[in-house]
Design a protein around this ligand. Structure first.
Ligand SMILES: C[S@@+](CC[C@H](N)C(=O)[O-])C[C@H]1O[C@@H](n2cnc3c(N)ncnc32)[C@H](O)[C@@H]1O
Length: 327
């Protein structure tokens, strides 16, 4: 019996959330990653007389997996030449993160993250919506021994361009860029890196010491609010993997976007503390002294930037939030 790749991808994308929720061990999650990536292939039964892709949908003894290149929007083989600007391709200014193709898990290498980070005991510096990664390239160059740096970017061509910068800048071993939808994949990636992220993980083993979410526009219109990166789920996810005093740095040139992100973190006052008490006040400076690409262009135009920082408290997530029970 043969199963087409698209049929399996459909199966995975419809069941991946359930699978990921159900499997909370690192090895199990890596199996999901491996299943959704490296080992996806055409499943054939050499003894079957049927040669079409239709069947009863069940795997039978004798079925074998014929390796095929896995596919996701972020590992499409055509990205290599597209990211180099060949064939007249240019990256889109923005994509709709709610589109179905961006709901699937990204494809990770089977040994991720140990194949990219030399010392997994380092604290993690996470940049969500990193675009071409200029900020992380700069900070990793200036502070190479301090963190492992991880950037997440949803636009496939842009994520690819960021990846090509790692070796060029001599930052292999402590910097990685993953093309993915942070709202879909963050918890899975962090669980693979650090374990379950529940309260059994000791505070000191929650490794995300620093999180930056910088100019996560363009979804600033009120009617596109659902597309924004900072959601209640993202806030809870970060809380699970951050130690006491871990820092979140938020900035935007659009006041309402910054205020909305700030609102989402302030909705969890037991878990995160806003370092700027008054809602009508903002931090005057970028706390790292290293501007992002977007920040440079905003400041060059003489426009204001709105910023704040939050600190993770010592309260465990389970003290304030009950995971919904599976039916
Ligand atoms: C305006 S750019 C800013 C890039 C960079 N942080 C800077 O300040 O120069 C926002 C980036 O966030 C990315 N982004 C938006 N939603 C995302 C999501 N759900 N997951 C990952 N990246 C996302 C966009 O594709 C875009 O590259």
């Amino acid at each position: 019996m043969k199963f087409s790749t698209s049929a399996i991808l459909t199966l995975i994308s419809s069941s991946s959330t359930t699978i990921v929720k159900a499997l909370h061990s690192r090895s199990a999650l890596q199996s999901v990653a491996a299943f959704s990536s490296s080992t996806i292939g055409r499943i054939t039964n050499p003894t079957s007389s049927s040669s079409n892709n239709e069947g009863n949908g069940s795997f039978e003894e004798g079925d074998e997996v014929v390796e095929e290149e896995p596919w996701s929007p972020w590992n499409d083989p055509r990205l290599d030449e597209r990211s180099e600007g060949k064939q007249g391709f240019r990256s889109r200014q923005h994509v709709n993160p709610l589109a179905s193709k961006f709901q699937q898990p990204t494809v990770l290498s089977p040994n991720w993250p140990s194949d990219v980070f030399t010392d997994l005991n380092r604290p993690l510096f996470l940049d969500i919506g990193c675009a071409r990664g200029g900020f992380l390239v700069d900070i990793a160059s200036q502070r190479p021994a301090e963190y492992n740096y991880l950037g997440l970017e949803i636009r496939p061509i842009v994520a690819k361009q960021a990846q090509t910068r790692i070796a060029k800048h001599g930052l292999s071993g402590f910097l990685d860029f993953v093309g993915c939808n942070a709202n879909v994949d963050l918890e899975r990636l962090l669980t693979i890196m650090m374990g379950t992220g529940d309260d059994e993980v000791e505070d000191t083993k929650r490794m995300i010491q620093m999180v930056t979410i910088q100019f996560p526009d363009p979804h600033f219109k009120a009617r596109h609010a659902k597309r924004r990166v900072v959601t209640p789920e993202l806030v809870l996810c970060l809380a699970k993997f951050m130690p006491t005093s871990g820092t979140i740095f938020l900035q935007s040139d659009i006041q309402s976007v910054l205020d909305d992100m700030r609102f989402q973190f302030r909705q969890q006052p037991d878990l995160f503390h806003d370092d700027v008490e008054n809602l009508d006040e903002y931090l005057p400076e970028n706390i790292f002294g290293i501007p992002t690409e977007r920040e440079v262009s905003v400041l060059d135009k003489g426009l204001p930037v709105y910023r704040t920082t939050f600190k993770r408290t010592s309260v465990p997530v389970s003290a304030v939030h009950q995971e919904p029970q599976e039916e």
